[in-house]
Ligand binder design. Structure first.
Ligand SMILES: [Zn+2]
Length: 179
């Protein structure tokens, strides 16, 4: 090994990339820290959210992977009590959340799609919620297909519709019978 240059006024800062001997995870020289922050910004667009509903205490979003035109999943946010969110993620089984993002390997970081999605949800949804929210999150893998859509009218509308039907005689006295 060549001797270290004695002319250096200061030792190089510990850095996981260029001076890893004494570096702890998270230590980077100014140059590589800058590059890492740039990569973080780039990866913000790996998953995009589009809000599709919003109400008092709940929201829902479509999830898009990169520039895909079709959503790959959905985020359902419910405020269960003050500052506590329950989030359900439905994500296509075609998206492998264990896939690592190769660009992070240079920085000795293992970053998966799942971790990146979690980071985006933390920043864009949980930390932008009113107050100081925390969240429990459940992730379900789904088959990517259009959901079945059902409408259920209000109880009043349902009763009105029933009244319009002439009252048929049910000899067995059981409307719910399938026979
Ligand atoms: Zn460095």
């Amino acid at each position: 090994m060549p001797p270290k240059k004695s002319a250096d006024k200061r030792p190089d800062p510990p850095c996981m990339v260029c001076n890893p001997d004494f570096a702890k995870p998270g230590d980077y020289c100014p140059l590589h820290l800058n590059q890492l922050e740039h990569l973080d910004l780039q990866c913000e667009s790996l998953f995009r959210f589009q809000r599709i509903s919003r109400g008092s205490g709940h929201e829902s979003y479509n999830i898009f992977l990169q520039n895909d035109a079709d959503p790959c999943g959905r985020v359902l946010v419910a405020e269960t009590d003050l500052e506590n969110l329950f989030i359900t993620i439905l994500i296509s089984e075609n998206v492998n959340l264990d896939t690592t993002i190769p660009e992070y390997e240079f920085f000795k970081i293992v970053r998966t799609f799942g971790e990146q999605l979690q980071i985006r949800i933390r920043q864009e949804i949980v930390y932008s919620w009113y107050g100081n929210a925390r969240a429990c999150i459940e992730v379900y893998r789904i088959i990517p297909e259009q959901p079945q859509h059902w409408d259920i009218e209000s109880r009043a509308d349902y009763a009105a519709a029933e009244d319009e039907i002439p009252d048929p005689h049910f000899p067995q006295g059981n409307k719910n019978s399938i026979h």
